[in-house]
Ligand binder design. Structure first.
Ligand SMILES: Nc1ncnc2c1ncn2[C@@H]1O[C@H](COP(=O)(O)OP(=O)(O)OP(=O)(O)O)[C@@H](O)[C@H]1O
Ligand SMILES: [Mg+2]
Length: 257
């Protein structure tokens, strides 16, 4: 039996005034899979994930979760439908502890309103350990974590609070090589759970090849290629990354200089 897509995006159009930022985008994401979303600057990747996470409303088109059409009026609607988004800037407070960041706005309190710190420390530690970092003292400030560990913190937090579709917007782009690998390991560990669908936005062809099960390429608001790993990797990923331009087109553009 083929598995049902957990989230299915059909024919999404987004206009900003007269400008067509997305023009009929389709996307299927499956539990236990990493779906790489690739495309050049301005292709529409962030616009698409903002629609999936309830920040923008589409001009037209439908989002199905578990087969049911859903409308996200705001990020809260998307979160309660199980869409968790980790943005590049992470919404992390450097000065606060790892645990306080993990629970920010959703703290566990006793009935007298006192923070249950021991319990929160334990949960933050255990949830991060599950996906790859053994941060022994979560009472430390986030500022003491590496960039890769901060990504893992944000991912662990999204999962703990119920993400079934985990959207990662360029999680490796601001990191050095070693930390990039840590984030890719975290992505693989989340994938291995089998119950979470991951949308991995990246500019990096190698990173997508290392972890993706499925690809979608956007260019100027349209899907110019999509499919499972085997199908896409037999094609010219470089050309798809370049928005469909052939090497000879690029050479020609530079030839007269
Ligand atoms: N709020 C907005 N108002 C008007 N135009 C917008 C708005 N947001 C995005 N756009 C335009 O929509 C297009 C797609 O932008 P988007 O940020 O989705 O691209 P992207 O693929 O995420 O690019 P990058 O790789 O640079 O992050 C761009 O031409 C952008 O200028
Ligand atoms: Mg973007």
């Amino acid at each position: 039996m083929t598995q049902q897509a957990y989230m299915r995006v059909e024919n999404i159009v987004k206009q900003f005034g007269p400008f067509m930022a997305l023009n009929g985008v389709n996307l299927d994401v499956y539990p236990g899979e990493v779906h790489a979303l690739l495309g050049d600057n301005g292709a529409g990747k962030s616009t698409l994930i903002k629609i999936l996470s309830g920040v923008h409303q589409p001009t037209s088109g439908t989002i199905y979760i578990d087969g049911k059409a859903r409308t996200f009026r705001n990020p809260r609607d998307a979160a309660s439908a199980g869409v968790g988004t980790v943005y590049q800037d992470l919404a992390i407070n450097q000065l606060m502890s790892v645990t306080r960041n993990f629970f920010m706005g959703r703290e566990l309190k006793s009935k007298f309103g006192i923070l249950r710190m021991d319990e929160m420390n334990q949960i933050a530690h255990d949830e991060m350990l599950k996906i790859g970092i053994d941060f022994s003292d979560p009472t430390q400030a986030v500022g003491t974590m590496s960039g890769g560990q901060r990504q893992t913190l944000a991912i662990a937090r999204a999962i703990y609070f119920g993400a079934k579709v985990l959207i990662l917007d360029e999680p490796t782009s601001a990191l050095g090589q070693k930390q990039q690998m840590e984030v890719l390991k975290t992505i693989k560990r989340v994938r291995a759970r089998g119950d979470i669908a991951i949308i991995f936005i990246t500019h990096n062809e190698i990173h997508s090849k290392l972890v993706a099960d499925r690809y979608t390429f956007l260019a100027l608001g349209q899907v110019i290629g999509s499919g499972p790993k085997a199908e896409i990797e037999s094609q010219d990923i470089r050309r798809l990354m370049a928005g469909g331009a052939e090497m000879k087109d690029l050479e020609q553009e530079l030839a007269h200089i």
